[in-house]
Design a protein around this ligand. Structure first.
Ligand SMILES: [Zn+2]
Ligand SMILES: [Zn+2]
Length: 761
């Protein structure tokens, strides 16, 4: 255990209703046990009512929906309309259900998405005053046929963008442009709605909200809802005697540690939920836990029914099975449950004492969502985060302030990405010809992109503006959920069932032939990836190993867009061309993490133009470090791996969204250079964020390496599961020196012995 944090209980603030809330609404809410708004809800609602755009970024279960429902339903009573956007159809359906239960006066609410029957669509367009839809439908349905919605737009008072932290990266950039198109259409129909965004907690939510909407935004971030106290423990599995790549030590897997902790908690009658990544892992944790408890029955005389009180949650449960499970957990018949986060979908198990989280779930929002499952009726709860074998997890369990202090991760997107902006300018022109005045809405990059679109024959420029003259649908140009390239369909071979799609880029790493592919917690083995047919054929299976695709990358600089000194070196942000090829994959034993071997793959290289952040070190500094006997290639390579692992601490991405290249001598810079690039065509904002927070990011990178007690490097610090060079060469001590020099404030190399290589336990 590396840290214990006591998160104190929070008393609820006073509740009240703003005076402008109609008595009929107050009565409806009172019937549902709601006696007013907490201070943060009231603050958001008051701002919205005044016409101020707001983002509310508070924790789960802090009542964010009430803060927009109050002004939204007030606007409806006043004769206005409301547009509600959710990232998923399921959430919109959920919202509609609770609106119908509340049954406020004058409300005519309807979901408008791909599943809405044709006859209902006409009714919705004409009569609904509260329309629930998603960005996809707004893009393909509402905006292109905006004239059919004119009475809705004319009275539109409020746009609610729910769960907007999902709009990140390339997808977020698309949504940002769709919202700009929406604003333009509203303006043409004579309305200027207020925007209300609801988000999980994040750093600088108002900056994100402004990027997403293009509007000035106020942020509400102080949560005044009540909660019980939580004891939060951070846990790092020990190194084992097993050896992995290059003889590196391997940590005990987070799932094995989870099983031990689950057994201890269940034996103490603590009701516990353990979150793991796959259904197969959930089953193995449940099995191992039962075996440990059986040992207790035999060895220590524990009650004979103890092992039977642990189970794994299966995603395929029917509704009645789920209700039975909820009952068993509530009654104490079941004390331990291992599950994937598929549990989030439809089981109500709030009555627990403890939650185990095997591996950083990617964002603070998900961490607290999972931890929030513990704490019965405001009682105290226990949560444990168990680190997986990677640099970000290592950093986090040694730096609790990153988890419990102010949030560091911002939600990044890049609406100016020309690959995103271009298609939406075409779509906008098809909706209504673009005028010079419209350019402000789409940002400063619009002018240049428009010129390219005209040159490519996609738009025609006339004296009054830009016109879409093709017969085709402009909206088909934007693939808003993909990252470009034709999607690959993931199909179950024996049944022909379509499990999902992967864009072409991620297909190479996620569903290559031989990959173990986890889909909604279920494990599949990819039998064949056929890129020409656009299909990955998979079979359900229970392989006892996991796979990691490895790639090799070449990078050339197109232009540097910004730069400044960093220690003796230079930091740059710019556009690059990356050629990337997946060359094989690693197999690691699921139970122990032990390396089983590497299989080659024959996939074509892919070229993308994207953004990168890179740093260089001058020859003089390199010579000084070489004089100390460092392997500079290994040092730069190790620093690159760890930096990729740590960027998700500052930007909501995962390490598979970004890549890197390091070299002692790069052809374009003539210097030692380390690149970290955005894995999406045109960039998604990740490299930009790395550039903006370079000093903090590289400091955290260095600390992640320092925190790991291995001697020469392991998967918890500098080894990367996706390295195309087989994690060769790597120099852990060298990486620490290199980063220390780069981070030295005055550019002078630090004395040699500041490098802390001692083990920390
Ligand atoms: Zn290590
Ligand atoms: Zn590498």
């Amino acid at each position: 255990m590396t840290h214990v944090e006591h998160v104190p209980a929070r008393q609820a603030g006073d509740v009240r209703w703003p005076e402008w809330v109609d008595q009929r609404l107050v009565t409806r809410w009172a019937n549902h046990g709601i006696s007013g708004l907490w201070p943060h809800q009231a603050e958001a609602a008051e701002s919205l009512h005044r016409g101020q755009n707001v983002i509310i970024a508070t924790g789960t279960a802090s009542g964010k929906s009430l803060s927009y429902l109050v002004p939204a339903l007030s606007a409806v009573l006043d004769g206005g309309t409301v547009l509600y956007l959710s990232p998923t159809k399921a959430l919109a359906a959920d919202q509609l259900r609770s609106l119908r239960e509340l049954d406020p006066p004058e409300l005519r609410a309807a979901v408008y998405d791909g599943d809405t029957p044709f006859e209902e669509r006409a009714w919705t367009r004409r009569y609904a005053n509260y329309v629930l839809t998603n960005p996809d439908m707004l893009h393909r349905g509402l905006l292109p046929r905006h004239s059919q919605w004119s009475s809705f737009w004319r009275r539109l008072r409020m746009v609610v963008v729910d769960e907007c932290h999902g709009y990140r990266g390339v997808f977020g950039s698309h949504v940002a442009q769709i919202l700009r198109r929406l604003r333009r259409i509203c303006a043409r129909h004579g309305s200027s709605p207020t925007f209300m965004l609801s988000s999980a907690t994040a750093s600088e939510p108002e900056v994100f909200a402004m990027r997403l909407t293009g509007l000035q935004m106020a942020a509400v971030t102080t949560d005044a809802s009540p909660r019980g106290a939580t004891t939060f423990a951070l846990w790092e599995p020990p190194l084992t005697d097993l050896r992995g790549e290059g003889g590196a030590p391997i940590r005990r897997p987070a799932t094995a540690e989870s099983a031990d902790l689950l057994a201890d908690l269940v034996a103490s009658e603590v009701r516990t939920l353990a979150f793991v990544r796959s259904r197969r892992a959930a089953e193995s944790v449940a099995l191992t836990t039962r075996a440990r408890l059986q040992d207790l029955v035999v060895g220590a005389g524990a009650p004979a029914d103890l092992p039977g009180k642990v189970d794994a949650y299966r995603a395929g449960y029917l509704a009645e099975d789920r209700r039975a499970l909820e009952r068993a957990l509530r009654s104490g018949e079941l004390l331990g449950l291992a599950t994937t986060n598929a549990l989030e979908l439809g089981v109500d198990v709030s009555g627990l004492d403890a939650v185990l989280i095997a591996g950083w779930p990617g964002t603070r929002a998900s961490l607290w969502q999972q931890a929030g499952r513990a704490g019965r009726d405001g009682q105290d709860a226990l949560a444990v985060l168990i680190a997986r074998d990677d640099p970000l997890d290592t950093y986090l369990v040694h730096h609790p302030e990153a988890l419990f202090g102010r949030p560091m991760e911002t939600i990044v997107l890049d609406p100016a990405n020309p690959y995103v902006l271009g298609p939406h300018l075409c779509a906008a022109a098809a909706e209504l010809p673009l005028t010079h005045d419209d350019l402000d809405v789409f940002g400063p990059a619009a002018k240049e992109v428009l010129a390219d679109l005209v040159a490519d024959g996609l738009l025609r420029e006339r004296a009054t503006g830009w016109f879409w003259t093709s017969r085709g649908r402009a909206t088909d140009l934007a693939d808003i959920r993909g990252a470009g390239g034709a999607p690959v369909q993931v199909v179950e071979m024996s049944t022909g069932r379509l499990l999902g799609t992967a864009d072409e880029a991620s297909a190479h790493t996620a569903v290559h032939t031989g990959a173990v592919h986890v889909h909604r917690g279920e494990t599949f083995l990819v039998v064949e990836l056929d890129l020409e047919a656009g299909v990955a054929l998979v079979e359900a299976g229970t392989p006892d190993y996991t796979t990691f695709a490895r790639d090799v990358t070449d990078i050339s600089i197109i232009e540097s867009l910004a730069s400044h000194a960093l220690g003796p070196g230079e930091l740059h942000l710019g556009s690059v061309e990356v050629t990337n090829q997946v060359v094989g994959y690693l197999k690691r034993r699921a139970q122990s993490g032990e390396l089983m071997g590497e299989e080659p793959l024959d996939l074509p290289p892919r070229t993308l133009r994207t953004r990168a952040v890179w740093w260089t070190l001058p020859a003089s500094a390199v010579a000084a470090l070489a004089g100390e006997g460092l392997d500079l290639g290994g040092a730069a390579h190790a620093a690159e791996h760890a930096a990729i692992g740590l960027l998700p601490l500052f930007a909501t991405c995962d390490r598979w969204d970004i890549g890197g290249v390091s070299t002692e001598l790069h052809a374009d810079t003539g210097l030692l250079t380390v690149f970290v690039y955005d894995g999406h065509e045109g960039g998604a904002g990740f490299a930009e964020r790395g550039y903006a927070r370079a000093r903090d990011w590289l400091t955290a990178t260095r600390e992640a390496i320092v925190s790991c007690e291995c001697e020469r490097g392991c998967p918890s610090c500098i080894q990367s599961p996706k390295c195309g060079n087989g994690n060769e060469p790597l120099d852990k001590a060298g990486a620490l020196r290199l980063l220390a020099v780069l981070l030295s404030p005055d550019g002078s190399p630090l004395p040699e012995h500041t490098t802390d290589m001692t083990a920390r336990t």
